[in-house]
Ligand binder design. Structure first.
Ligand code: SF4
Length: 410
């Protein structure tokens, strides 16, 4: 048995024993007395209860464990998802300059005004620079643009977005974060990393060099037993870095099949995936993209529920992770792309396909795919057999890339 699977068993056992540390009173389904046992998954949170909060590392901030991901297109006039979430305690918003085809900040600004007191919100945003090309100057210029679009004069957390290269954690970038804090433009500095196999390396470096207050990183039921990632989480947690999980649903195209198979009297599959991450008390919160009010309620009900996942529910997630691994690209581009001739962008293309298939973001996926050069997406002429053999997930790369091309170039 591998150390990874032993670790997964230990994690599950630990999660079962320690729980998520939520100290709320037992509550029933909406409209029922708190003492009534739920008869099925709660899809709405109990009235008058707010999302639990946890410490965001050493920042001194308590964040709701459910954070509003703002990747989706927002309604600039009145976004009912944002308002419903805010009413139950989701006062931490996560956005990025590139979200909603670059419109996220502008469409979020009216909500900030509607809340009426900037200090009541914690706003984090992210700026993307290509790994080999990012400079502190470019990041700083983008911050000013972000603040202008958000119509605010400071950001609570600023993240370098989709960091894949440790170079972006070098002293010049740490210094940039310190300068931005001194200038009053940001309160906390960090980075996001959710693609590729460098996440543990990046997190370990951040913990070692200091200067990073917050990290957003890919963490789902699929990674709960990953030994290297667990060590990196430990290092960051001990260094006082606030950890926010993203990509927690780790969706695949046949998720609907898994939804039908998932057996639980307490949780839907989505709720169970969130609970699996919240069971790790090193995680301050989950940034979740909630496409409609129903999703907000479903996520919130899980956040508020004091019931923990059972061993059986954990094992179902573990089984789903194995069954769907061949559909889940981990983004370890160095593995497959080093097996092919030329600059083919296999991992990015599969990520764009995921945006289209699993996150209903076909327009953004098409726009990103269109940015690739002809050489980077000339998959039909390439021999992909070696890449396919090397893929640790066993993905049928040729078939998936052909599918991606048909969807994203249409
Ligand atoms: S296709 Fe396989 S090897 Fe390539 S990035 Fe995805 S998971 Fe890694």
């Amino acid at each position: 048995m591998s150390s990874g699977s032993i670790r997964r068993r230990e994690f599950i056992k630990g999660a079962m024993l320690t729980g998520a540390g939520l100290q709320l009173a037992e509550a029933g389904a909406q409209g029922q007395p708190a003492s009534s046992p739920p008869s099925g998954p709660m899809l709405t949170p109990p009235p008058d209860q707010k999302i639990p909060r946890r410490k965001l590392g050493k920042t001194g901030v308590d964040t709701p464990i459910l954070i509003m991901g703002c990747c989706q297109t927002l309604d600039a006039a009145y976004d009912k998802r944002l308002h419903r979430a805010y009413a139950i305690g989701v006062d931490h918003l996560d956005t990025a300059q590139m979200y909603a085809e670059g419109q996220s900040h502008k469409t979020l600004a009216p909500f900030i005004k509607q809340v009426g007191d900037r200090k009541k919100l914690f706003i984090g945003s992210k700026v993307f620079q290509k790994g080999e090309e990012g400079t502190p100057e470019a990041f700083k210029t983008n911050i000013d643009l972000c603040l202008k679009d958000l119509e605010t004069d400071y950001m609570d957390a600023f993240y370098m977005h989709i960091v894949q290269h440790p170079r972006l954690l070098d002293p010049e970038f740490v210094k940039m974060g310190e300068e931005l804090k001194k200038a009053g433009k940001i309160r906390f500095f960090g980075f996001s990393c959710h693609h590729g196999d460098s996440i543990p390396t990046l997190m370990n470096k951040a913990a070692a060099v200091g200067g990073f207050d917050v990290i957003m990183f890919r963490y789902s039921f699929r990674e709960c037993g990953d030994l290297e990632l667990n060590k990196a989480i430990d290092a960051c947690h001990k260094a006082g870095i606030g950890l926010i999980a993203i990509k927690t649903l780790a969706s695949v195209p046949d998720d609907q099949e898994q939804v039908k198979q998932f057996q639980s009297k307490n949780f839907t599959l989505i709720q169970a995936k969130l609970k699996a991450v919240w069971a790790d008390e090193r995680i301050a919160g989950i940034a979740s993209q909630m496409g409609n009010v129903q999703h907000v309620m479903e996520n919130a009900a899980a956040a508020i529920s004091p019931t923990q996942l059972s061993m059986e529910e954990f094992m179902q997630l573990h089984r789903f992770a194995g069954q769907s691994a061949h559909q889940h690209c981990k983004g370890c581009s160095g593995v497959c792309e080093s097996c092919v001739e030329g600059p083919l962008r296999i991992a990015d293309t599969l990520r764009y396909l995921m945006y289209a298939e699993c996150y209903e973001q076909r327009d953004m996926a098409r726009a990103l795919y269109a940015e690739l050069s002809e050489e980077e997406r000339r998959f039909d002429l390439a021999d992909l057999s070696a890449a396919q053999n090397a893929c640790p997930q066993g993905i049928d790369i040729a078939a998936r890339l052909a599918h991606a091309h048909s969807i994203l170039s249409a």
